[in-house]
Design a protein around this ligand. Structure first.
Ligand code: IPD
Ligand code: CA
Length: 266
């Protein structure tokens, strides 16, 4: 089993790194070819589409017959033995569009819906975040550890906002209440990297509503393997929000989030 996870991890890192190279080397032309998705502010560029195509082609060669779920092309319906690759070809597409260098390629592999290995690669720097179940998380090969903070009122949090106006408004109201209860809140624009930031102790916690599986599949394992407490959207806790936090503040922070109305954002 460990051998299989090593192999899956190696494939995840390899294909994410190849897609990241493509995304970066073609950015100037790719961002001129843009369409919109769920709202006028939700872009998809030629870079998103080409990166997902590359990942699918490479997975078909390296892991033939395994199912793939990707943000741009959806589920391919293959597989059947419970293995599924979950791909966000660019997480942080708005940042990519603007040249704000904080976006990532996220590739995870799930077994019966739970992530067993995942990689998040930053095209602009080449940094590689990765984890395999039970084997810890690393950044460029260096082990990661969530922060050791135990003071919720001093916790630095990350969050994000969806693309639809009604949900963003509710998210902003929730964050407005939260701001007076913690040190500060960051919104950097890539959920996958927000989870990696928890893993590195660059923030103490992260909460966001309305994410899709490809946004969190790799990053949630990276955070958990670095010792963070993680609850996934499908757990039904916290109104369907994803939550990841340093172990010393996780319980208290959960209470604070509930008091601030996390369960009502939807
Ligand atoms: C988005 C980013 C962002 C988060 C949004 C996501 P995308 O993903 O992860 O940080 O706040 O909810 O949709 O559209 O760039 O792949
Ligand atoms: Ca995306």
């Amino acid at each position: 089993m460990v051998h299989l996870r090593d192999k899956l991890l190696e494939v995840a890192v390899r294909v994410a790194a190849e897609a990241a190279e493509l995304v970066e080397s073609t950015r100037r032309s790719a961002v001129r070819d843009v369409a919109t998705k769920s709202s006028a502010t939700d872009p998809v560029t030629a870079g998103d589409r080409a990166a997902e195509r590359l990942v699918r082609e490479r997975l078909a060669e390296l892991r033939p017959g395994e199912a793939v779920l990707g943000e741009e092309e959806g589920a391919d319906g293959s597989g059947g033995d419970g293995v599924c690759w979950v791909v966000d070809p660019i997480d942080g597409t708005v940042n990519y569009l603007y040249g704000f260098p904080w976006y990532s390629v996220s590739v995870a592999v799930q077994l019966d819906g739970a992530t067993v290995a995942g990689a998040v690669v930053e095209p602009s720097s080449g940094r590689q975040w990765s984890a395999a179940l039970g084997q810890g998380a690393t950044l460029d090969g260096v082990p990661l550890r969530a922060s050791t903070t135990d003071r919720t009122e001093l916790a630095l949090l990350a969050t994000g906002f969806g693309y639809r106006a009604e949900r963003r408004t509710r998210q902003a109201e929730f964050v407005a209440r939260l701001l007076g209860r913690v040190r500060d809140v960051r919104r950097t624009g890539s959920a996958a990297l927000d989870l990696c930031m928890v893993a590195a102790g660059w923030v103490d916690g992260y909460v966001e509503h309305g994410l899709n599986r490809w946004d969190w599949a790799a990053g949630s394992l990276i955070a958990a393997e670095a010792g963070a407490v993680v609850s996934l959207p499908d757990s039904g806790e916290l109104g369907g929000a994803i939550f990841a936090a340093a172990p010393g503040v996780a319980d208290e922070l959960r209470k604070v989030l509930l008091e601030c109305g996390v369960a009502d954002v939807l």
